[in-house]
Write a new protein. Sequence first.
Length: 69
Amino acid sequence: MSKLEILGQNIKKYRLKKGLTQLKLSIELGLSYEYICRVEKGQKYMSLRKLFELADILGVDFYKLTNFK
């Protein structure tokens, strides 16, 4: 499994724990729903700036999103 796929799984895990849908998350981040779907599938990169914003929205430390173990 690639690091991009692991990142996507981590994002999905914390999004679900927070009780957010992909649509709600996309609105909060100012990104399209399709983009969020592709990020969670490991098909699309997300900027570092958006990853920091995402960590804040999800209420998790940045390192938890990028934990590739």
